[in-house]
Ligand binder design. Structure first.
Ligand SMILES: [Zn+2]
Length: 256
């Protein structure tokens, strides 16, 4: 069984939590593709370095909405993002999006950064990786107003089924993380039921959001297996077949 972790932060706090043992443990359970997602530009360069050492690791470039800071100096960082994104090593743009659960970055800076990421992804024909926390009512109108096909991923989907249809209509894939396994995540599991099999992806968002049974410890790409198993059971699908379909979806989207 081949597994694809479409979203992990292998280079986040690496000094405490080195990437290599986590990569190796994941390979042992069949993970053979890792999308190493950047949270800022320095981190993107480190993701690129790690990917250069491992054929199964692929980097992204972007600025996490919690890390976009203030709007005052955002233009220069967006320029730097554009420059860096010209490197064909990067397989996706992000993560970007909106996070109004935390107030670490100004909302206007988050919106402006999001639009810039969407432009770059469209211009380079790369998938965009979208983060959305306590902000779906703001994200949907932004995507609607653009009126274009958006190739990419609604990552760590955390809404009910209501928003799924419109997100799919924009062109997005929907990716589920460990939180879909939590007993209280009923709405999330309902949402998974309305995502067509050819638009469904799996991720860990490691080191965050360890699945049920592993909660309280750092998440890691090997645990994508638990999310796969839980989701397959919930949807009444065969585990191996769902591993294959999600792997194929991700391979086609990221072109890896
Ligand atoms: Zn993330």
């Amino acid at each position: 069984m081949r597994l694809f972790d479409t979203h992990c932060h292998l280079t986040w706090k690496e000094e405490e939590n080195p990437a290599l043992p986590r990569i190796e443990r994941a390979r042992e359970v069949g993970v053979d593709r890792f999308i190493c997602v950047a949270i800022d530009l320095e981190n993107a360069k480190r993701c690129r370095e790690l990917a250069a050492e491992h054929d199964d690791v692929f980097p992204t470039v972007g600025m996490h909405p919690n890390d976009v800071g203030s709007i005052g100096d955002l233009d220069s960082r967006i320029d730097a993002l554009k420059d860096l994104a010209a490197d064909p090593s990067f397989k996706a743009i992000g993560e970007t999006g909106l996070d109004f659960f935390r107030d670490w970055a100004e909302p206007d800076a988050q919106r402006k950064s999001l639009e810039a990421h969407l432009d770059i992804a469209r211009d380079r024909d790369l998938p965009v990786i979208l983060h959305c926390r306590s902000a779906i009512e703001e994200l949907l109108p932004i995507l609607r107003a653009r009126g274009e096909h958006t190739k990419g991923i609604m990552h760590c989907y955390s809404e009910g089924p209501e928003a799924v249809e419109e997100l799919l209509g924009f062109g997005l894939h929907i990716s589920f993380a460990g939180n879909v396994t939590y007993p209280k995540s009923t709405a999330l599991r309902e949402a998974a039921k309305v995502v067509p099999e050819n638009r469904l992806l799996l991720e860990t968002d490691a080191p965050f959001l360890a699945p049920q049974g592993k909660r309280g410890q750092p998440n890691e790409p090997a645990f994508v297996k638990f999310t796969l198993e839980a989701l397959a059971a919930e949807l009444g699908r065969d585990v191996a077949q769902m591993a294959a379909s999600t792997h194929a979806n991700a391979s086609a989207l990221f072109q890896v």
